[in-house]
Design a protein around this ligand. Structure first.
Ligand SMILES: Cc1ncc(C[n+]2csc(CCOP(=O)(O)OP(=O)(O)O)c2C)c(N)n1
Ligand SMILES: [Mg+2]
Length: 250
């Protein structure tokens, strides 16, 4: 088997910590593939993450400079690093909880300042690593360990949030759309300014099992069924549209 991306993996790091069916490993592969195709020099990259399963995507796996920081503070560290060394391509990879719940304030202000950071938010719609608590991205009605009767609150639309705040490249794709996702990551890398990609990543362990999507393939099928482009959504009734997730570049 040819392992074309093995050179990007830190020597000695053997296995990923992700559960069977977790989408974070697919996202990891897409990030490396995007960088490989662009022939990015790892010595000019810095990866910053907060805390959570998604924060493990770059650290300890990527064989380059990684900052594994505090929960919710990845963007603050990334901003400091970028200001200190503007030549660096600084990529933040972290979870929905990390970037938009505890880290929500840093997110809107980094977007407002249009700082040249490439932010990849792995959205599994829950706090995966800590036991499945509700996040600011948990859909209304979904069951989590803190909303056993169903989440009563409206979730953030992360792309709309950062776009309104001032982000200049915004996209959303699911790990079930790897080709489009790789292209979006490449665009974010090449874009000068605050780039944000929301990546829908299934979490069968914490989200699926509480929401009738217990098996990994059910979560993948559900994402394939629900992710549509803006054009595809136009032809749908309001009811049909309600359960869809709009993907694409915004
Ligand atoms: C200040 C602080 N508060 C809370 C925590 C506990 N904590 C660690 S990760 C996490 C949530 C992670 O969720 P997310 O960012 O969505 O990542 P996932 O595990 O779902 O990929 C929480 C609440 C912490 N480490 N530090
Ligand atoms: Mg999460």
């Amino acid at each position: 088997m040819v392992r074309a991306l093995e050179k990007y993996i830190r020597p000695g790091v053997k296995a990923t910590p992700f559960c069977p069916g977790c989408g974070h490993g697919i996202l990891m592969n897409c990030i490396l593939r995007a960088m490989d195709e662009l022939k990015m020099d790892m010595r000019k990259m810095l990866f910053v993450s907060g805390i959570g399963c998604a924060a493990w995507i770059p650290s300890p796996h990527f064989n380059g400079d990684t900052l594994h920081t505090l929960h919710g503070r990845a963007l603050a560290f990334a901003t400091g690093a970028k200001l200190f060394n503007p030549e660096l391509c600084v990529m933040v990879v972290s979870g929905d909880g990390d970037l938009s719940s505890i880290g929500g304030n840093h997110l809107i202000h980094a977007a407002r300042r249009n700082i040249d950071l490439k932010v990849i938010c792995a959205n599994n719609m829950i706090y995966g690593m800590t036991g499945g608590q509700a996040a600011s991205t948990t859909p209304r009605g979904s069951k989590t360990s803190t909303t056993a009767e169903g989440n009563p609150y409206r979730p953030f639309d992360l792309c709309k949030l950062v776009e309104a705040a001032g982000a200049t490249y915004v996209a959303r794709y699911s790990v079930t759309q790897p080709v489009s996702l790789i292209h979006a990551i490449q665009k974010a890398i090449l874009h000068q300014g605050f780039s944000f990609i929301e990546v829908l990543s299934p979490c069968p362990t914490q989200f699926g099992r509480r929401n009738l999507l217990d098996r990994p393939e059910e979560m993948i099928q559900d994402l394939i069924r629900r992710c549509v482009s803006e054009q595809e959504a136009e032809g749908l009734t309001e009811e049909e549209r309600a359960e869809k997730i709009i993907t694409g570049e915004f």
